[in-house]
Design a protein around this ligand. Structure first.
Ligand SMILES: N[C@@H](CCC(=O)N[C@@H](CS)C(=O)NCC(=O)O)C(=O)O
Length: 203
């Protein structure tokens, strides 16, 4: 399998953490990519019309995107349990995934606002509102202290990758003071080998 890779993409990381939890990461070859919302990569668009990473090429010739699809594919390939098959556990895992992806979507918009949008066009209130999604998401998790406990599935992996990205790009976002339970959960979860691993392109 091949995966278009970007070292700081939290969605790519979500796929690789899932792959490692499933014992599949060694089977994935990382391909370089230049995904950018404005300077769009023609090479990537030829594979994924959205021009985004993660994009995966499977051994049987399929093209898969986005992280939700790729993670579910990997789980099925490995016969894993990252996507519980049915019942409450499944809906909890998928909803946690949606929550983590939602935080990431908002954080990415802010990242693009900061790094790609011309300064004269930036909108401070909009930026604050997007980052507030992390605060409200973590407050909801803080109110349900058992939800993340002892779960290694697509829900906890996505929340973990969202926190990883916030630490990387928005280290001054002081959510830990308000949500010590979530912070304590992540302190433990982030010690997993899959969360500690740093992937890089070969060579
Ligand atoms: N919902 C997608 C989001 C993927 C995404 O936005 N990836 C970013 C990199 S972190 C990207 O490719 N951005 C380029 C663009 O927005 O055109 C997923 O879960 O994979």
């Amino acid at each position: 399998m091949q995966l278009y890779f970007s070292p700081f993409s939290p969605y790519v990381r979500k796929c690789l953490v899932s792959a490692m939890e499933l014992g599949l990461d060694e089977r994935i070859e990382l391909l370089p990519s230049q995904a950018h919302p404005v300077q769009r990569s023609r090479e990537l668009i030829a594979t994924n019309p959205l021009g985004k990473v993660p994009t995966m090429l499977t051994d049987d010739g399929q093209v898969l995107y986005d992280s939700r699809v790729i993670c579910e594919y990997l789980n099925q390939l490995a016969g894993g349990t990252l996507f519980p098959p049915a019942g409450t556990a499944r809906w909890q895992a998928l909803t946690l995934q949606a929550l983590g992806d939602g935080v990431l979507d908002a954080a990415l918009l802010v990242r693009y606002e900061d790094a790609a949008r011309p300064e004269a066009l930036r909108w401070a209130d909009w930026r604050v509102a997007q980052l507030d999604k992390a605060h409200t998401a973590f407050a909801a998790l803080e109110a349900e202290p058992t939800l993340l406990e002892a779960r290694i599935d697509i829900g906890s992996i996505t929340i973990g990758c969202a926190i990883w990205y916030l630490d990387l790009r928005f280290a001054d976002l002081a959510w830990r003071d308000r949500c010590p339970g979530v912070a304590a959960w992540y302190a433990g979860f982030s010690q997993r080998p899959s969360m500690q691993k740093i992937w890089a392109l070969p060579g």
